[in-house]
Design a protein around this ligand. Structure first.
Ligand SMILES: NC(=O)C1=CN([C@@H]2O[C@H](COP(=O)(O)OP(=O)(O)OC[C@H]3O[C@@H](n4cnc5c(N)ncnc54)[C@H](O)[C@@H]3O)[C@@H](O)[C@H]2O)C=CC1
Ligand SMILES: O=C(O)C(=O)Cc1c[nH]c2ccccc12
Length: 352
């Protein structure tokens, strides 16, 4: 990868490579854009197969955060960090060292809990840096709010694509029953949807089968089910040339970040099959909305209103895509970039 060319093309401001011997730490903090405010993005820990894969993840996820904030009308920028490690090798020293790197950015980057980090891990990071949010979980943590936003997004997509407001009998396949996936299943179940679920943890699938009467399928069976909605709530990159030909759902709407394997190619493949794709960073903004509100002083009503806006924003994106004959992914990118340009312009006007 030609690093400077890539980051220039993607628009990143700064990449911090965090490394050290004692403790052994390899982490990448990617700051995409701070023109609207500090870069926000939770930290994930993953045993990446290569350093290039880790960098790619950090670059794409951080740009996604910028777009996420813009589409949600939250005045912050986008960033994301990845720690390259095996979850079995997590130590207090590792998180403390990582926390010191975050502190060194003096608030340009504000982080919290993502994949493979526990609230306890984040509390350790917080001992070395104040630039952490979502630790005290005054609002019950971001996952329930994210799930509510995804539920509203599914409603918007169902209304647009299937022309009904009634979710009764809607068949939904949920991939991944983690913090978000389980909360989403609860809302869908309460609204009469029929659930098909997969997770690599049988304990989780058994729980959801018992609680919400879900039909459990093997992880590789989840793509090809005869359902209305496919909801990816586990991993990124799952919409690709292998899976898309199998998808029978007419709507893809889930919380996972970076769902499209190759953004343009796989966005177009979905559109060609007339599958309505809800851009991941639009539909999963509930978590960011929640932590942002915690940061500025939690106001439940305001947070809920901002999450409710996900419904309207998605409907606007579906309309733009249909009218202009472009993919929903391109429509959301356009919306995000327009808003960022406008906000930057207003900022320069205010300074002048
Ligand atoms: N928690 C939040 O507020 C937000 C989460 N996200 C994204 O949503 C996704 C899920 O988040 P959480 O629920 O918090 O994570 P989590 O770690 O609680 O849940 C992920 C679940 O996926 C399962 N899984 C892993 N591989 C799988 C496979 N091959 N097939 C089926 N299931 C598999 C895991 O066993 C786990 O139960 C992540 O990609 C995260 O980045 C995005 C925005 C906000
Ligand atoms: O939507 C994402 O991918 C996020 O990283 C949201 C999020 C969850 N917890 C946080 C803590 C600090 C900054 C962002 C988040």
């Amino acid at each position: 990868m030609n690093l400077f060319e890539t980051v220039t093309q993607m628009g990143h401001e700064q990449i911090l490579f965090c490394h050290g011997k004692d403790p052994d730490i390899k982490a990448i903090i990617a700051i995409h854009d701070t023109s609207l405010g500090p870069a926000m993005g939770a930290t994930r820990l993953w045993p990446y197969a290569s350093e290039a894969a880790a960098l790619k993840d950090a670059l794409r996820l951080s740009r996604g955060m910028t777009y996420k904030a813009a589409c949600a009308n939250i005045p912050v920028g986008g960033g994301k960090a990845v720690i390259i490690a095996n979850p079995e090798n997590k130590t207090e020293d590792l998180f403390r060292a990582y926390g010191r790197f975050v502190e060194s950015l003096k608030g340009r980057f504000i982080t919290g809990q993502d994949v493979n980090l526990t609230p306890e891990d984040v509390r350790i990071i917080n001992q070395e840096t104040q630039y952490v949010v979502g630790v005290e979980e005054r609002s019950g943590g971001p996952a329930p709010v994210t799930a509510w936003g995804v539920f509203l997004g599914i409603k918007a997509a169902v209304e647009f694509r299937l022309q009904t407001q009634n979710l009764k009998g809607l068949r939904v396949a949920v991939q991944g029953l983690g913090n978000v996936g389980q909360n989403l299943c609860q809302h869908l179940h309460e609204h009469g949807a029929k659930l098909f679920v997969s997770d690599i943890s049988t304990q989780k699938t058994e729980q959801v089968k018992h609680l919400f009467g879900a039909t459990v399928v093997e992880p590789d069976e989840i793509y090809s089910l005869d359902v209305d909605v496919f909801s990816p709530c586990a991993l990124g990159g799952i919409l690709n040339s292998e899976t898309i030909p199998d998808i029978k759902a007419s709507i893809v709407a889930g919380c996972a970040n970076n769902q499209l394997g190759v953004e343009v190619l796989h966005g177009q493949m979905l559109a060609a099959k007339e599958i309505l794709y809800c851009p991941d960073y639009v539909i999963n903004a509930g978590g960011l909305i929640n932590v942002y509100n915690e940061m500025i002083g939690y106001n439940e009503q305001r947070a809920l209103q901002q999450v409710t806006n996900i419904y309207d924003t998605l409907t606007e994106i579906f309309d733009i895509a249909q009218k202009q004959g472009i993919t929903t992914n391109d429509a959301s990118k356009q919306l995000a970039e327009d808003r960022i340009l406008k906000a930057k312009y207003l900022k320069t006007m205010a300074v002048a």
